[in-house]
Design a protein around this ligand. Structure first.
Ligand code: HEM
Ligand code: HEM
Length: 278
């Protein structure tokens, strides 16, 4: 399997052109294998290491609303627009590579611009209007990771409940943030290699030398390929019966008081009757 595709420049020298698309197959199967492993783990091993979470004190329980807001209306709109643009980018980016010939490029770059606008909006929204630190990995998460690993290995360790986002959600968000920024930055540069009608980023094939364009295309392709695995596994978790209570919150906005108390530590994800940051 070729990791990279090479071509020749006008002087007959070999230069890097883009990623080798065998990695698309690798990313797809890595996602499927992860799902299979997790599904077996969830049936065979997880019940053996699961422990009952302690009940919240009645005083705390009385202050929790019946419906706890997890994602506000605008946060949900953001998620679904971003999701639609990402699925369109994946389809328009990879279906032609898989042999389905259609006019993909205009749909692709327009979805790319929508994704970038979504990301810019989300950065402002999350920084000033949401509970910013709730999604980032903090020192206490690393402690939790060690405790969880010990418990998976059969030791009796009290892991405790988590805040709004458990470590696996934070890791996924970190990966999407990192590779989302990379695929966006390289996508913007690649706009200079195509004809489009935006007033900025006019065609300029000589902005980089040919070998450097090769690097830009390779980095874009690598992040794009990773999104195949990230998206397949993300959708798998959202469809799992034990996660449906979270999936519903991305549609309706809230989780029930009993789900909140069963999974979250009220001291780490603080909600009150009239306010809970989405
Ligand atoms: C995860 C999201 C994305 C995926 C899966 C993706 C996938 C791809 C793939 C597979 C290609 C073909 C690359 C090649 O021929 O080497 C491509 C090209 C391209 N992408 Fe993306 N892309 C994504 C995001 C973006 C974004 C955010 C933009 C920004 C507007 C963008 C703009 C472009 C452009 C302009 C090209 C065409 C370059 C050309 O043919 O010269 N892409 N993309
Ligand atoms: C049918 C497709 C999808 C479904 C059903 C879905 C479902 C969900 C749900 C239920 C959550 C909330 C998790 C929580 O409250 O803890 C979520 C969060 C998130 N989703 Fe999606 N999603 C989909 C597609 C996508 C796509 C394509 C992306 C692309 C990058 C994406 C990125 C994110 C991110 C970054 C978060 C925040 C991190 C997290 O909470 O885990 N989603 N998604």
């Amino acid at each position: 399997m070729e990791l990279f595709q090479f071509g020749t420049d006008p002087w007959g020298q070999e230069i890097l052109i883009r990623l080798g698309w065998g990695l698309l197959t690798v990313s797809f199967w890595a996602g499927i294998i992860f799902i299979l492993f997790h599904a077996v783990y969830a049936v065979v091993w997880k019940p053996r290491v699961a422990v009952e979470g302690g009940a919240a004190s009645p005083g705390i329980e009385a202050n929790i609303p019946e419906k706890v807001v997890r994602h506000t209306g605008v946060a949900r709109i953001f998620h679904w627009v971003m999701s639609a643009s990402m699925l369109t980018l994946l389809a328009t980016g990879f279906l032609p590579i898989l042999g389905l010939d259609f006019a993909w490029l205009n749909i692709h770059w327009i979805s790319g611009v929508i994704l970038i606008l979504c990301i810019l909006y989300h950065i402002v929204h999350a920084s000033f209007f949401l509970d910013f630190w709730s999604i980032w990995i903090l020192p206490r998460d690393l402690k939790e990771a060690v405790q969880r690993t010990k418990r998976q290995l059969g030791q009796s360790v009290d892991v405790g409940k988590h805040g709004k986002y458990p470590l696996d959600h934070k890791l996924y968000h970190l990966a999407v943030t990192f590779f989302g920024l990379i695929v966006s930055a390289t996508g913007i540069l690649m706009m200079m290699r195509i004809d489009h009608w935006l007033p900025v980023l006019a065609r300029n094939d000589t902005y980089f030398t040919d070998p450097n364009w090769g690097i830009v295309y390779t980095v874009h392709g690598f992040s794009a390929v990773l999104f195949v695995m990230l998206t397949i596994t993300h959708i798998y978790f959202s469809l799992r019966p034990d996660k449906l209570w979270i999936t519903k919150s991305m549609i309706f906005g809230w989780v029930s008081r009993s789900d909140y108390l069963a999974h979250h530590d009220p001291e780490k994800w603080v909600v009150t009757d009239d306010s809970s940051k989405g």
